[in-house]
Design a protein around this ligand. Structure first.
Ligand code: 5GP
Ligand code: ZN
Length: 113
């Protein structure tokens, strides 16, 4: 997917600040952080978004959450953080390569906007 910015980040064609690189996922700092810790965890495989994911992707999506929990421990934000998928333009999805937001390091209100 040469026209996908997150595939290009995985390929190293667009620079990013790596947080955790694994065989199947890549985690990097969001360009416009919405919290002191704002990391994006993405599968290296191109999946458009959560609603396009298939049952065969279930283990990979669960692994993204485990990666987020690992990063939260490394970042010292375990007292309170949030993992979020924005699903579809109506929820603010602007990049159509599945990405899990990890937000923490400040108090997070509920419900989210
Ligand atoms: P979405 O709005 O699709 O849920 O989240 C996309 C996120 O990707 C946004 O928070 C945005 O700041 C981030 N983003 C977009 N382009 C880039 C980029 O080139 N590099 C990085 N590190 N983050 C990006
Ligand atoms: Zn992609």
């Amino acid at each position: 997917m040469s026209d996908c910015i997150f595939c290009r980040i995985v390929a190293g064609e667009i620079p990013s600040t790596a947080v955790l690189d694994t065989e199947r996922t890549y985690a990097f700092r969001d360009l416009e952080p919405q919290a002191p810790t704002h990391v994006l965890i993405i599968p290296k495989k191109h999946i458009v978004g959560l609603k396009e994911a298939e049952e065969a992707d279930a283990e990979l999506l669960g692994y993204c959450q485990i990666v987020a929990a690992k990063i939260s421990r490394q970042s010292g934000i375990e007292s309170g953080y949030r993992t979020v998928y924005n699903v579809g333009p109506g929820a603010g999805q602007s990049v159509f390569h599945l990405h899990l937001h990890l937000l923490g390091g400040r108090s997070l209100s509920w419900p989210p906007g």
